[in-house]
Design a protein around this ligand. Structure first.
Ligand code: SF4
Ligand code: SF4
Length: 199
């Protein structure tokens, strides 16, 4: 009890009110005037969900699979599943006619587990999985929240802002320090327009 100090009305830090500040009504009128002024200012409140926010390409919504020429870019390497912290991704790889390439016969993401961290996008060597602008997903059952390959696939054209953003944000030293030749990167630059459809 000995260390407790009581603050009295005559503390030297207390602000002294002027005569007009001590009168109640002028202060009430001042407050109402301020509120009235705000009514004519531009409204910054978004009437969500009728009005949706404009999200930049940097926004990380739910992950989607990139579909190019009607086929997934994914080669079922499994890196994304390995990097995913909550183990939300699972897949089953199958062989293609190409001796070097596989494709995901099944690919699933459990959206109840996904924490939208973007690590799958970062590790993918094919730019085959990217973060989208989709964020307001509602599931009525747990099964609903498991997205299969068909639900995950989104055409490249719809993902262009994000893909352009990822290219812009790449490490600027990439290809300089290691004398990188894009022609040697068979996967990222390969033309899939002539690829045959998976069985
Ligand atoms: S965004 Fe993160 S949590 Fe979601 S699937 Fe990708 S790695 Fe997993
Ligand atoms: S890291 Fe990319 S290519 Fe590899 S399995 Fe995942 S989505 Fe497919």
């Amino acid at each position: 009890m000995g260390n407790i100090r009581f603050v009295t009305g005559d503390s030297k830090h207390e602000r002294t009110l002027t005569f007009w500040e001590k009168l109640t009504f002028p202060q009430v009128l001042k407050g109402m005037g301020y509120t009235f002024k705000q009514m004519f200012r531009e409204n910054v409140t978004l009437q969500y969900p009728e009005q949706k926010p404009v999200l930049g390409a940097e926004f990380r919504g739910r992950p989607v699979l990139v579909a190019e020429h009607g086929q997934e870019r994914c080669v079922a390497c499994g890196l994304c599943a390995r990097a995913c912290p909550p183990l939300a991704i699972s897949m089953q790889a199958a062989e293609t006619d190409d001796t070097k390439e596989r494709y995901p016969a099944t690919f699933e993401i459990d959206m109840l587990r996904c924490i939208y961290c973007g690590l799958c996008e970062e590790v993918c060597p094919e730019e085959a999985i990217v973060m989208s602008e989709d964020y307001d997903n509602v599931y009525l059952t747990r099964k609903d929240a498991i997205y299969d390959k068909q639900r995950l696939l989104v055409p490249t054209e719809q993902l262009k802002p994000r893909l352009d953003f990822l290219r812009r944000m790449r490490n600027p030293n990439f290809g300089v320090v290691y004398n990188f030749d894009p022609a040697n990167n068979h996967h990222s630059v390969r033309n899939r327009s002539t690829a045959t459809a998976h069985p």
